[in-house]
Structure formats: C-alpha cells, structure tokens
Design a protein around this ligand. Structure first.
Ligand SMILES: [Zn+2]
Length: 77
C-alpha cells in the first residue's frame, strides 16, 4: 500500500457554511454602512438645525447649542 496523500476534500456543507459566513459578513457590513450613513444624516440634521436665519437681516448663521433661541446674527446684536 502506497503512501496516502492527504487531499483536502471540499464538502458541500463546507461550501454552504462558507457562503453563509460570507453572507453574514456582508450583512454585518451593510448594517455598519447603514448605521454610518444614519450617523452622518443625524449629524447633518443637527448641524442644519443650528442654521438660523437672522430675523433682522435675513442672513443665515450658525448658532451653537448655548445660543438656542437667538434669532439674530452676531452682526445684528
Ligand atoms: Zn443679521
């Protein structure tokens, strides 16, 4: 009897398992990408919410959260 050569046999189950792992991975990546996009949208919304149009000159300016309720730009104050 000759020397046995160990050939790795790819079983069908292994391919299915590999595919499932890959699907799971890409799903995870999709979720991460979606969460990332949502974070950006949330941030942009938060930033745009702080864009205030001056009630005196109509110029848009940004106000930080400390200045909530301020309706005139720094130049008109
Ligand atoms: Zn103004």
């Amino acid at each position: 009897m000759g020397k046995e050569i160990d050939i790795p046999i790819v079983k069908e189950e292994d391919i299915i398992a590999a595919n499932m792992r890959r699907d799971k991975y890409s799903l995870k990546r999709d979720v991460q990408a979606r969460e990332f996009n949502e974070a950006i949208v949330t941030r942009l919304l938060a930033e745009s919410a702080r864009h205030i149009k001056c009630e005196k000159c109509g110029k848009e300016f940004t106000s930080d959260s400390k200045e909530n309720g301020v309706l005139s730009c720094p130049e008109c104050r």
